[in-house]
Write a protein that binds this ligand. Structure first.
Ligand code: NAD
Ligand code: UDX
Length: 483
């Protein structure tokens, strides 16, 4: 037991929690402690209602908690005892100062690094789990070595590729695990130590090792490529609507090319989530700082198309309803940024709701996993609009009064003029749309931002249906949206 490897993870969020739970499950010989400065988060991890909703997570946590998986606010003690320290703190976009609206805010990272330097009395492997700008390891190394109390540090980059909603599955069978380290004997040893942890369940050929900068940059690049696919198909969706092509058919045909592949080609109201926009903005900033404005502009366009897609959706709603939604009730089904998560960070629903409220609609929101409190917080939030005009101003207090939140899709749609589907929750496919139609104002509209409903069935009921990138109803053709 004395030789038992000890892992400490700083940051018990969407990444730290699930990742460490899976390491604990797969490596019974390793003690894993997840620490956080947020006492309420740690309490939730130790309680019955975990702080995040993620299919399969409860099960994993229950199997190891109290055995070799612990959650604690005793940050310093556990950091001091650990051999390997994962840092999985948040790295949001800077909202003020140099690089505001683009650069990553490394405040939390730096304070974690200073704390590590402060309390460490034995050699440590410090692992970047957070997504960070390329070259961050160099900065971290400086902070640690300049404050070292005779302790040796090895910095590794081990970015996380899990997606929310499928985190456990992604962690159990990752496409790859990426470990970057220094190309020195000590660096190679550290890489091997971390490799041995993952080798408990990940096949050797899926564990890739690179230099530090490649590992850091690969994470930003992977997210940029993924988001770029969505913006590409969303850009095509606009052209489909203008021409009568069907984006699902086009995406299927395009994706059949094995060089392109079928995944991540679903047109939508826009991508959301805490990562894509933040990481691309960060990439743009790094390119600018390295004197590469052409490269920066190339990637910036991925976000611009995403903003365009969200405002295009709002315009479509307003224009089809005789160019005004003022005083009209509109039901919003789904607020989370994707299904199977309660996370609302950067969800397209925020911008769509703000757009509708800006046109004085009265909106009624239903999401199976998002609380009213969260929705109100999101709509009241003041977002940076630096270099990023689509982020509308915070909702005015008067407009916030026009928002209601329900715990039932039928209640949300009752008496409404239109229904907007903004998250692809499975239950939205199964709703009784006849009943919804009967209780709505006429003409009744459905705006399907995720292409989840069977539009023909709904048209047979009497709805006017807008599906992203699909041939338009004659009604919508007669009322062209100006994007
Ligand atoms: P999160 O906000 O859910 O969790 C971060 C946690 O770190 C918070 O609970 C916060 O209290 C804690 N924290 C901050 N500073 C601390 C400190 N000094 N000491 C102790 N705890 C501290 O964030 P997240 O979604 O888990 O993301 C973490 C990192 O992982 C980010 O860099 C993100 O880009 C990256 N990432 C996220 C995802 C994802 O799907 N969410 C996927 C891959 C990578
Ligand atoms: C993403 C990356 O997939 C993951 O590898 C990385 O570690 C973190 O960022 P996440 O944001 O959790 O994961 O979810 P993801 O499944 O990528 O979806 C992001 C957004 O894109 C969601 O709003 C989703 O609805 C949207 N999306 C996804 C589309 O609009 N169309 C698609 O085809 C796929």
């Amino acid at each position: 037991i004395a030789n038992m490897v000890k892992i400490c993870c700083i940051g018990a969020g969407y990444v730290g929690g699930p990742t460490m739970a899976v390491i604990a499950l797969k490596c019974p010989s390793i003690e894993v402690v997840v620490v956080d400065i947020s006492a309420s988060r740690i309490a939730a991890w130790n309680g019955d209602q975990l702080p995040i909703y993620e299919p399969g997570l409860d099960d994993v946590v229950k199997q190891c908690r109290g055995k070799n998986l612990f959650f604690s606010t005793n940050v310093e003690v556990h950091v001091a005892e650990a051999d390997i320290i994962f840092v999985s703190v948040n790295t949001p976009t800077k909202t003020r100062g140099l690089g505001a609206g683009k650069a990553a805010d490394l405040t939390y990272w730096e304070s974690a690094a200073r704390m590590i330097a402060d309390v460490s009395r034995s050699d440590k492997i410090v692992v970047e789990k957070s997504t960070v700008p390329v070259k961050t390891a160099e900065a971290i190394e400086k902070i640690l070595t300049h404050n070292s109390k005779g302790v040796n540090y090895q910095i590794l980059s081990n970015p996380e590729f899990l997606a929310e909603g499928t985190a456990i599955q992604d962690l159990f069978t990752p496409d790859r695990v990426l470990i970057g380290g220094r190309e020195t004997p000590e660096g190679r040893r550290a890489v091997q130590t971390l490799k041995d942890v993952y080798a408990h369940w990940v096949p050797e050929d899926r564990i890739l090792t690179t230099n530090l900068w490649s590992a850091e940059l690969s994470k930003l690049a992977a997210n940029a490529f993924l988001a770029q696919r969505i913006s590409s198909v969303n850009a095509i969706s606009a052209l489909c609507e203008a021409t009568g092509a069907n984006v699902s058919e086009v995406a299927f045909a395009v994706g059949k090319d094995s060089r392109i592949g079928p995944k991540f080609l679903n047109a939508s109201v826009g991508f959301g989530g805490s990562c894509f926009q933040k990481d691309i903005l960060n990439l743009v900033y790094i390119c600018e700082c390295n004197g590469l404005p052409e490269v920066a502009n190339y990637w910036r366009q991925v976000i611009k198309i995403n903003d365009y897609q969200k405002s295009r959706f709002v315009n479509r709603v307003v224009s089809s309803m005789f160019n005004t939604v003022s005083g009209k009730k509109i039901a919003v089904l789904g607020f989370a940024f994707k299904k199977d998560t309660g996370d609302t960070r950067e969800t397209p629903a925020i911008d769509v709701c703000k757009g509708l409220l800006g046109d004085k609609a009265s909106i009624s929101i239903y999401d199976p996993q998002v609380t009213e409190e969260q929705i109100r917080r999101d709509l009241a939030m003041n977002k940076f609009d630096w270099d990023h005009p689509a982020h509308l101003q915070p909702t005015s207090p008067a407009a916030v009064k026009q928002v209601s939140v329900t715990w039932d899709a039928y209640a949300a749609a009752k008496g409404a003029h239109g229904v907007c589907i903004l998250t692809e929750w499975d239950e939205f496919r199964e709703l009784d749309y006849q009943m919804i139609y009967d209780n709505m104002q006429k003409p009744a509209f459905v705006f399907d931002g995720r292409n989840v409903v069977d539009a023909e069935k709904l048209r047979a009921i009497g709805f006017i249906v807008y599906s992203i990138g699909k041939p338009l109803d004659s009604w919508l053709k007669d009322m062209p949206a100006i994007a």
